[in-house]
Design a protein around this ligand. Structure first.
Ligand SMILES: Cc1cc2nc3c(=O)[nH]c(=O)nc-3n(C[C@H](O)[C@H](O)[C@H](O)COP(=O)(O)OP(=O)(O)OC[C@H]3O[C@@H](n4cnc5c(N)ncnc54)[C@H](O)[C@@H]3O)c2cc1C
Length: 441
């Protein structure tokens, strides 16, 4: 177990995503804290651009950056690539796959969420999620390899299955991915093949409820649906997946779909570490923390980001988006600093009562629907179409400049994007094919 050498408070942060990284940044070089940030990967990932990696517009490293590098000037922060396997709130320790146990005075659990299958975890083996860089690369590999196989086969049924991409879930991830897949195949790759007609490739978006993008206004949902349809995407509303088999989806209306590439973008589940905290969770495993973001019954353990389900101090719902995670990480760091300040005042005994309560500032949301079109909703402002897309592009260009600090990456991406000629098309380690349907039935 790590030992305390100074009177510094030991803060353990689990997860170097938006919430954990922001917390570490805000505690950086405050010598009252000895911070250890653990992440199972060595990089911070910008998930909002994952579908661009999945559809070959960006390479993986373009949207990820070494956590160690980001925090290189934070002298009081130690970064460890280690996967946390358990938390003991009573002993104030965590254990990781390396076999190490780390002690803490304060714990910040910011380990995010994973793809959720509504209790049908066996569906994971026959579908692809989109949460990590490895997921995005697997989708890209699958789509590109399927086209290669379709170019070879003489069997029309097999070719059709290989040329069908099913995306389950009509939220922002499913919609953005469907639009980008349609763009990739119908625009970018259309002159690359000789035997198959890429125009025949089917992208099918499946959504259980009557509308896609349900957190947007009805007009924006309708716009997104029409836009996807004009790109050649088939949008199927009001249909629920009841089983996922290799290359096949079964629906509640007794129909089925043959699709070699099945992407599951329908749900999330909180990181299973939430179970170790001994507090109530919702069906997706998320925790509703106190308004200061500590967990019920334990003022020294905080949760932040996608693994929470909460309303802020003004009763406003806090969505699972990057700005909310950043604001939570920021809040916890500010709270810890204030807590230590109060300890030196006559308010020391009331420090927990005087904690600041979390307030979420909504920065709006946007979803891109293929090239040149997007929907944007920020307060009363609602934009559809080119202007929303231009705003999306500007925000992400600014992000890439700040994130990569590499003009060459940015220019390469912008150029390929505008010319419909995405570059990241190399297939490394083609996927194993799934067993045939006959062999599993
Ligand atoms: C495809 C996609 C598109 C999105 N688009 C948008 C968008 O356009 N706009 C927007 O605002 N939001 C978007 N989001 C949501 C946004 O990315 C999340 O809300 C945000 O990443 C949540 O931050 P977090 O810190 O809670 O978790 P994450 O960013 O997921 O970080 C969690 C970290 O914890 C680490 N970790 C997990 N388990 C362990 C463990 N056991 N031990 C150690 N480390 C661990 C992970 O490696 C990861 O680095 C999108 C998400 C996805 C998946």
């Amino acid at each position: 177990m790590a030992t305390t050498q100074t009177a510094q408070r030991k803060v353990i942060i689990i997860g170097g995503g938006f919430a954990g990284l922001e917390c570490a940044r805000k505690l950086a070089n405050d010598q009252r804290f000895q911070v250890t940030l653990l992440d199972r990967t060595n990089h911070h990932l910008f998930q909002p651009l994952l579908y661009q990696v999945a559809t070959a517009s960006l390479a993986g490293p373009d949207i990820a950056r070494s956590i160690r590098q980001i925090l290189e000037n934070a002298r009081n922060v130690t970064v460890l690539m280690d996967e946390v396997t358990s938390i003991s709130p009573s002993e104030k320790t965590i254990t990781a796959t390396s076999g190490q146990t780390y002690g803490f005075d304060y714990l910040v659990l910011a380990a995010g969420a994973k793809t959720g299958y509504f209790g049908n975890d066996q569906w994971e083996q026959y579908s692809l999620g989109l949460k990590s860089l490895a997921d995005a690369q697997a989708i890209r590999r699958k789509i590109l390899s399927n086209l290669e196989r379709a170019e070879i086969t003489d069997d029309p049924a097999e070719r059709e299955r290989l040329m069908t991409i099913a995306i389950v879930g009509g939220g922002p991830t499913g919609v953005e991915l469907a639009g980008a897949c349609a763009d990739l195949i119908h625009r970018s790759l259309k002159s690359n093949f000789r035997r198959i007609d890429t125009g025949k490739l089917r992208v099918i978006l499946i959504e259980n409820s009557p509308k896609i993008l349900e957190h947007y206004d009805s007009g924006q949902s309708d716009y997104a649906k029409k836009r996807l349809q004009s790109l050649g995407v088939e949008v199927r509303n009001n249909v629920r997946v009841i089983n996922v088999l290799p290359g096949r989806l079964l629906f509640n209306d007794e129909t089925h779909l043959e699709a070699e590439a099945i992407v599951w973008a329908a749900g999330i589940a909180a990181n299973p570490l939430t179970k170790d905290l001994g507090v109530e969770t919702d069906r997706a495993g998320r925790i509703t923390p106190n308004l200061d973001l500590s967990i019920p019954g334990n003022p020294d353990i905080f949760v932040a980001g996608d693994l929470t389900n909460m309303r802020d101090r003004e009763e406003k719902f806090v969505p699972g988006v990057a700005p909310a995670a950043v604001q939570m990480g920021d809040h916890i760091a500010a709270l810890l600093k204030e807590e230590l300040r109060l300890e030196k005042t006559r308010f020391a005994s009331r420090k927990h009562e005087l904690r600041p309560l979390f307030k979420y500032t909504d920065k709006g949301m946007m979803a891109i629907i293929g090239k040149n079109h997007a929907v944007l909703k920020a307060g009363k402002l609602k934009l559809n179409g080119f202007l929303a897309w231009a705003a999306w592009l500007l925000i992400h260009i600014l992000f890439l400049i700040g994130f990569r600090n590499k003009l060459s990456v940015l220019l390469g991406w912008a150029f390929a994007y505008l010319r419909n000629n995405p570059d990241a098309r190399i297939i490394v380690n083609p996927p194993q094919t799934f067993p045939t349907q006959q062999s599993v039935r």
